[in-house]
Design a protein around this ligand. Structure first.
Ligand code: C5P
Length: 398
């Protein structure tokens, strides 16, 4: 990022402390960083710590002669290649969406012709409020880029969407916004995610509890690093990851076709919880309830997508085929056996006896031909970032 200049506006939220780490990442990458601290932001981080990290004076007040003498606010608004608002509070987003300009941060945002990236952070109810949704839609329509928020525990004790994206995710989003080539530029990766729905009749189906969160996080983490990603997902209720090509399917058979139609790829990651069986001969008419008579179903086996891609001849086979093993008992033993049976390169074993399925955290043991490594319990986003880093290394080392 040598030569890139970033202006970071730090709003007033508990996530402001993460912006210090973000500044550190930019500085380490060689970018110049100027920081603007809102009055509320200064309640959470001090100008001294911000200034120590940027190595520049901190700008705080529109009407401060010293600040204005250091660099006029109009000049400040134009001096950067990218303006980042992190944390972007509900209040800042509302002001931006409505073009208010009553302090240094908002005046600068209104006066600028520089691309703007916001990292929203707020309580889940505030994030879900119709007013915030309206403001977000306005900001997006105005060309403002967003990263996050993430789902998880909040400082206020509640749970849900509203946590500011992690500094490395904002950093990667900023690089993408600046057109800095990502480490996975030119790589094409296919990710399956979510459950599959296997019809019993036109109105009923068999499904599982997969939320699709882990697969979505992986797809987004890869896209942020510059990969071209096809994200093939079964029916889920979470938002689609950003920057990926979304292919929606329902059944295992459709997922199998979608994966095969997406090849050749450099890497394939099978995070979907694919149903092992489908109802044989599921018909076009709804099965009627008959008094005293229970329906019986026969099952047919679904194609094993992971095993079939692993078995492709070397020329067609992706360089890395990665599977997941969601297990409730004897997790490692079962996962090791699964890796052998499916012949994939890496297998990520996770214990789903707790609330992993549908939850936001995950604990992974990565099994590869060169050994096993156990990762601590972490968020699904962190799992995704760690996996993306490993993939980068594997693709760049001969
Ligand atoms: O369901 P199972 O535990 O066998 O899944 C292990 C791995 O195989 C997962 O990565 C899953 O996405 C993949 N799989 C698949 N096609 C199937 C069943 C599983 O790709 N029909």
């Amino acid at each position: 990022m040598n030569g890139n200049s970033i202006t970071i506006i730090i709003g007033g939220g508990i996530a402001a402390y993460k912006s210090l780490e973000l500044i550190r990442l930019f500085k380490k990458a060689g970018a110049r960083v100027r920081a603007v601290l809102t009055r509320a932001g200064a309640e959470f981080v001090t100008p001294l710590s911000v200034s120590a990290l940027t190595g520049e004076p901190v700008f705080e007040d529109l009407f401060n002669l010293d600040d204005e003498a250091k660099m006029g606010h109009i000049q400040l608004s134009r001096a950067a290649d990218l303006i980042i608002v992190a944390p972007a509070t509900a209040d800042l987003m509302a002001k931006m969406a409505n073009g208010l300009a009553n302090d240094l941060a908002t005046t600068l945002l209104l006066a600028t012709d520089t691309p703007v990236l916001i990292a929203p952070a707020m309580n889940v109810r505030m994030w879900e409020h119709i007013a915030t949704k309206r403001n977000l839609a306005t900001l997006r329509a105005d060309g403002i880029m967003t990263v996050g928020p993430d789902e998880g525990d909040m400082a206020c004790g509640e749970f849900g969407f509203g946590r500011m994206a992690e500094p490395d995710a904002i950093f990667e989003a900023a690089k993408a916004a600046l057109g800095v080539p990502g480490p996975l530029d030119g790589k094409y990766i296919v990710v399956t995610s979510g459950p599959t729905h296997e019809p019993i009749d036109p109105v009923r189906y068999i499904a599982n509890r997969s939320s699709g969160r882990q697969g979505a996080a992986i797809a987004e983490a890869l896209a942020r690093r510059g990969a071209q990603v096809s994200y093939i997902t079964g029916p889920v209720s979470i938002p689609a990851p950003k920057g990926v090509d979304v292919i929606k399917v329902e059944t295992a058979a459709q997922m199998f076709d979608a994966v095969n139609n997406s090849l050749p790829a450099d890497v394939t990651i099978f995070a979907a919880a694919v149903a092992d069986w489908r109802v044989d001969g599921a018909g076009a008419s709804k099965i009627k309830k008959q008094k005293g008579e229970l329906p019986t179903f026969t099952f047919a086996e679904n194609p094993d997508i992971l095993a079939s891609i692993s078995a492709l001849p070397k020329k067609q086979r992706p360089k890395l085929v990665i599977g997941f093993a969601a297990e409730t008992d004897h997790v490692l033993e079962n996962a090791r056996a699964k890796k052998k049976r499916k012949n994939c390169d890496w297998l990520l074993a996770n214990d789903v006896s707790g609330d992993v399925m549908g939850g936001t955290n995950n604990q992974i043991t990565l099994i590869s031909d060169s050994g096993e490594e156990s990762w601590p319990m972490m968020s699904k986003n962190d799992v995704a970032n760690r996996l993306a880093e490993k993939i980068m290394k594997a693709l760049t080392t001969p």
